[in-house]
Design a protein around this ligand. Sequence first.
Ligand SMILES: [Zn+2]
Length: 308
Amino acid sequence: MRKISLFLFFLLLPAAPLQTQTREVAITIDDLPLNGAQFEPARIRKMTENFLAAIKKHQIPAVGFVNETLLYRAGETDARIAILKQWIEGGVELGNHNFSHLGFANAALADFEDDFVRGDAVTRILMKPNKPRYFRHPFLQMGKTAADEKAFEDFAATRGYKMAPVTVDVMDWLINVAHAKARAQNDEALIKRVGEEYVKFAAQRFDYSEQIAQELFGRPIKHIVLMHANELTAENLDALAVTLKSKGYKFISVEDALQDPVYQMPEKYLGTSDRLGHWAFSQGKKLTPPQPAEFLQQPYLDNQRNRR
Ligand SMILES: [Zn+2]
């Protein structure tokens, strides 16, 4: 009898709550110096200050990926280069996101390699005595074939580069359009609401990636989250970091994250550096990540429509 009740006792013990597990994530920020619709350097400087304050407060070892084409704006080039310096002085390591945000899916290997080489000319000088060592594929597009991708990665390796895939996409590149629109309308209440909903949505995306990692690998993994150099994330990174810490997250470097074997290329090739999606595809699974609320998506969709 005693044996049975002891057995029942263990059976009824709740599984360890997730919050007590250590979760790890490396934070990466794409499209430096400014993601999305462009605005003047004073405002970019302010945005960068907000980012750096949150990074310092939470001791986040971030990597920022630069598109050097964004440095060349009439009358703004010096100021935009100074903004890259601001990131470096704030302790953020810079990486290469190629020169013109060229996607690999529709580019010839030689063109993609050239755009990569052009991509770090200024960054390399600013970072001395350090050297850029991480590359992020624009649009997360890897080569059309595994052979193209391998050729590019081998070429990049001769210049000291490793690839930086992602496992969490908080979709700030999309939600930022709603944020920018609210700001253009001076709608403070809406700016605040978009920010709060973004943090909640980002937390859902983290939960989803944890769940998928558990299904694919049977264990928690070292995540890499994709964010962007925009005002939405700059103004909400502090709140997001607080939320992540309350979920048990520790901020790690990209170098540390890449030690996790999940970052080895899956067997079956899919041209994306969304690494969980790639692994899922390789295992014949389809992912259905949560999507942002309609009011967060609509301004982005309207923009896309107007561009056509
Ligand atoms: Zn990008």
